[in-house]
Design a protein around this ligand. Structure first.
Ligand code: ATP
Ligand code: MG
Length: 341
């Protein structure tokens, strides 16, 4: 598809997910569920772009074999959860290496004060993630991911809102620097659950070691899963009879996994007379009801390597064509010359 002029951009939804660990409930309810819904209304696969952000994962994963396995795992998860390659363009970030080129060009048009205000960088370093230049510059690469496809809508969790706003600033700074409207302003969009809490009550994050994965690690039994995840959700010391907070982490998770049941249960929880252990059991049951039925589908997709790789290869070709067309404009306006192709 020929990219139209930036003054009249095509509507394009774009979002990515890092293969920095196993995908979890926060990724699903905060992002993937909405990605799958949007592929139905976006208007076809030229209008819905989803990618696996493997360059971003280098901020936390420094083991090649592990990153390859996580990247593949994220692709399999997405396809299992309903991503339809006939309705969306699905690809690996690294199959469009031009994003790294655009990231450099954007970095040359912004002040470093913009990045110093990033909440995510502060949160991650406070959680012990190494303060590398990559982590500091993460919002620039993310802006390049968004702007290189002239994306108009970016469905994300709340933690990424500021990064999309930075991408807006960077588009404006680049256009202002070269005096031409080349890059398009994207808008963020939240799902119904923009912040899913983790086992410790903080935002569920792959890099915070507080996740409930969508698919259990190989060989983990239901009993082990109960002990590792559900029984481990942090609570305060309220007793069975004490009234409880309907907006605590337990109720938030229960509401996501089984909304109707949770609504019915809430008055009892608020009144008192039920212990935290009971809710944890209910959450575990609801989790199994939602994810156990699709484990077999995941195993089938995982066994079909050619299918998974074919989807990613085809998606990459479509995404890269758009990126190259935008980069032609970006290089043209900035005076960066390549030998004729
Ligand atoms: P990392 O810890 O490596 O940053 P992550 O768990 O935060 O990983 P990302 O790959 O950074 O996951 O985010 C992918 C998408 O999932 C983004 O749109 C992000 O906003 C969303 N997301 C991540 N965690 C949550 C959460 N706890 N609640 C809601 N949305 C989330
Ligand atoms: Mg994150």
């Amino acid at each position: 598809m020929q990219e139209p002029a930036p003054s009249r951009p095509v509507a394009r939804v774009l979002s990515g997910i890092q293969p920095s660990g196993a995908l979890h409930l926060g990724n699903y309810f905060g992002a993937i569920q909405q990605h799958v819904e949007l592929q139905e209304t976006a208007g076809g696969r030229d209008h819905a772009f989803y990618f696996i952000a493997n360059y971003h994962s280098l901020t936390t994963v420094h083991d090649g074999a592990h990153l390859r396995a996580l990247t593949r795992g994220a692709a399999i998860d997405y396809l299992t959860l309903g991503l339809d390659p006939a309705k969306a363009t699905f690809f690996r970030q690294s199959d469009v290496p031009e994003v790294c080129e655009l990231a450099w060009m954007l970095a040359c048009c912004i002040g470093k004060g913009l990045l110093e205000r990033a909440h995510s960088y502060k949160d991650k370093t406070a959680h012990g993630v190494e303060a590398s230049m990559g982590l500091f510059c993460y919002p620039v690469l993310m802006a390049a991911d968004i702007l290189i496809y002239r994306s108009t809508v970016v469905p994300v969790g709340k933690d990424q809102q500021q990064h999309v706003e930075m991408a807006q600033d960077m588009a404006q700074s680049f256009n202002a620097a070269f005096g031409k409207q080349v890059l398009v302003r994207p808008e963020w969009r939240f799902s119904k659950s923009p912040t899913v809490p983790g086992l410790d009550g903080a935002k569920m994050s792959k890099s915070y070691n507080n996740t409930i994965p969508l698919f259990l690690p190989d060989g983990m039994t239901e009993k082990q899963a109960w002990k590792t995840y559900f029984a481990a959700i942090k609570t305060d010391s309220k007793g069975v009879d004490d009234p409880k907070d309907p907006n605590d982490a337990l109720m938030m998770l229960y509401r996501l996994l089984a909304p109707a049941e949770a609504a019915e249960f809430e008055p009892i929880y608020v009144r008192g007379g039920v212990g935290y252990g009971e809710v944890k059991k209910r959450i575990h049951v609801a989790y199994e009801a939602l994810f156990a039925p699709i484990r077999e589908r995941r195993a089938k997709i995982a066994a079909d390597e050619a299918f998974v790789e074919g989807v990613l290869r085809e998606g990459a070709a479509r995404a890269r064509a758009v990126a190259q067309s935008v980069m032609d404009d970006v290089r043209d306006v900035s005076g960066i010359v390549l030998a004729a192709r």
